[in-house]
Design a protein around this ligand. Structure first.
Ligand code: CA
Ligand code: CA
Length: 176
């Protein structure tokens, strides 16, 4: 596995271990979903519910892949292995979470996400606001907004061991 992919998975692990106890468990996903929903004021909306469901589906996919002993906890090595396998089925196992996240951030449902709304959601998952802003600028045209295609392409590149030269997808969750 490439060093870049390792760094990306390391970053995802540190973000997903919301309570910082060194393993990923259902509680981490509940905490993260709650933070994102609170930050975007979508706690009681259909969009919010979809996002929370997508978070739990993503967790279940990881657990079913990684948690061989069934104790509900995934350590860093198990996570790396699981993510690599889950990423093979990005469109069905991972993609829905990013679709739901996009719709959450697209507050006026026009199919575009502005810088401020993007930063709000990324800050809620633990990415420093300045880094999230830089990520947005790297993914979009100057003064542009983010499209769902841009996010999905970038997310798929992040999870897979692929990224065309000159694209900033590895910075999707901030500096590595
Ligand atoms: Ca944890
Ligand atoms: Ca919008």
């Amino acid at each position: 596995m490439g060093a870049l992919l390792d760094q990306k998975y390391e970053k995802l692990f540190s973000l997903l271990d919301v309570n910082g106890d060194g393993v990923i468990a259902e509680e981490d996903f509940e905490l993260m979903a709650a933070r994102v929903l609170t930050a975007s004021s979508e706690e009681r909306t259909a969009k919010g519910e979809k996002y929370a469901d997508a978070m739990m589906n993503y967790w279940r996919a990881l657990r079913e892949t990684a948690d061989a002993d069934g104790d509900g906890r995934i350590d860093k090595d198990e996570f790396r292995q699981a993510l690599r396998q889950v990423s093979v089925n990005f469109d069905t196992l991972v993609g829905p979470l990013y679709q739901a996240g996009f719709h959450l951030a697209d507050r006026d449902d026009d199919g575009l996400v502005g810088r401020e709304d993007f930063v709000t959601v990324l800050a809620a998952i633990g990415v420093p606001a300045a880094e999230a802003g830089a990520t947005f600028d790297g993914l979009t045209e100057p003064d542009g907004q983010l499209t769902k295609d841009q996010l999905m392409t970038s997310a798929a590149q992040y999870y897979r061991n692929e990224e065309p030269a000159g694209t900033p997808s590895h910075l999707l969750f901030g500096a590595l």
